[in-house]
Design a protein around this ligand. Structure first.
Ligand SMILES: C[S@@+](CC[C@H](N)C(=O)[O-])C[C@H]1O[C@@H](n2cnc3c(N)ncnc32)[C@H](O)[C@@H]1O
Length: 262
C-alpha cells in the first residue's frame, strides 16, 4: 500500500484555511440544489477524512468512505464521533487504483479531489455508475487545468512557468510528499460521463475568484470572506467565470434505461 498519504499534517493545515472552508461551503451549496430526501446513503470515494460528507451525516445520511490512507480514515471516525455520528460512518481502506466492488447501491456518490492522484478515471466512473441507485447522483470535483496558469503569474511573477502550464496535464505538488498529479478540464470529464451513461450533467465553478486574490491574509477577515462567498455563489454558473475557477464540480445523474414495451 502507498504510505505517502499517511502523512496528513499538510492536508489538515490546508483544511483550516479560509479557501478550503470556502470550497467546502460552495460544494455543499451545489449539492443542496440537487439532493432530495433524508436518510440517504452516501459513498465517498477517496473521501479522506470525511469533511465533504459530514454535513449530510448530520442530516441523517449513512456515509461510507473509501480511501487508501488509514490516518485519513481514523481522522474521519474521530470527526464523526465528536459530532455524535459514530453510527453514521463506515470506512474501508482501499487502493482505488485497482478499482473497487461493494455489494450495495448508493443514493449519492462523491469523487472529490481524487482523480489528480489516479490514472484509472474511466474504470472508477464505470464503477461509480454501477454503485449508484436509480436516480442516484454523482458529484465529481477536480482542480481545473485552466486555472493552473494563474499561481505562477500572480504569486511568482514567472511568465515562463505560466506559459508551460497552458498545456500541462501533469504537475508536481507537495501536499502528500512530492507527488506528480494529473490536471483535467471539466469538459474532458463531461465527455467521459456521457460515454458511461450519465445524464443531466451540470458544471459549476468552485472559487472563480478566490485563487486570483494575492492577499491571503484578507481572506481571514469575516466580513471580507462573506462578501467573497457572495461573489463566488453568483459566479459559479456564470460564463466565462466557471471556466477559470480553481475547481470544477460536476453533477450527473445515472441515466435511466428506457424499456421498450411493445
Ligand atoms: C486531496 S484528498 C481529498 C479528500 C476528500 N475527497 C476531500 O475532498 O476532502 C485526496 C485523497 O485521495 C486519497 N487517495 C490517493 N490515492 C489513492 C488511492 N490509490 N486509493 C485510495 N485513495 C487514494 C488520499 O489518501 C486522500 O485522502
Amino acid at each position: 500500500m502507498n504510505e505517502k498519504y499517511e502523512n496528513i499534517e499538510k492536508w489538515l493545515n490546508y483544511q483550516e484555511s479560509p479557501w478550503a472552508k470556502m470550497s467546502y461551503e460552495l460544494t455543499e451549496h451545489v449539492l443542496r440544489k440537487h439532493i432530495k430526501g433524508s436518510h440517504l446513503s452516501v459513498l465517498d470515494i477517496g473521501g479522506g477524512n470525511g469533511q465533504e460528507s459530514l454535513w449530510l451525516a448530520k442530516e441523517g445520511a449513512n456515509v461510507t468512505i473509501l480511501d487508501i490512507s488509514q490516518n485519513m480514515l481514523n481522522d474521519a471516525h474521530k470527526k464523526y464521533e465528536e459530532n455524535g455520528l459514530e453510527d453514521n460512518i463506515l470506512t474501508s481502506k482501499v487502493d482505488l487504483s485497482k478499482g473497487f466492488n461493494l455489494n450495495k447501491k448508493y443514493d449519492i456518490i462523491f469523487i472529490h479531489n481524487l482523480f489528480s492522484y489516479l490514472d484509472n478515471v474511466d474504470q472508477l466512473l464505470q464503477q461509480a455508475h454501477y454503485h449508484l441507485a436509480t436516480n442516484g447522483i454523482l458529484s465529481i470535483m477536480h482542480i481545473n487545468r485552466y486555472s493552473e496558469i494563474f499561481p505562477p503569474m500572480i504569486f511568482e511573477n514567472d511568465l515562463d512557468k505560466a506559459y508551460e502550464k497552458i498545456d500541462a496535464k501533469r504537475t508536481k505538488i507537495d501536499l502528500f510528499e512530492d507527488t506528480e498529479v494529473y490536471r483535467y478540464i471539466a469538459d474532458e470529464m463531461i465527455k467521459k460521463l456521457e460515454k458511461y451513461n450519465f445524464d443531466k450533467i451540470e458544471k459549476y465553478g468552485i472559487m472563480s475568484m478566490c485563487h486570483l486574490i494575492k492577499d491571503n491574509e484578507i481572506k481571514f477577515d469575516k466580513e471580507y470572506y462573506e462578501k467573497l462567498k457572495k461573489l463566488e455563489l453568483r459566479l459559479m454558473q456564470e460564463y466565462p467565470y466557471y471556466e477559470i475557477a480553481r475547481f470544477n464540480q460536476i453533477i450527473a445523474r445515472k441515466k435511466l434505461v428506457e424499456i421498450n414495451v411493445s
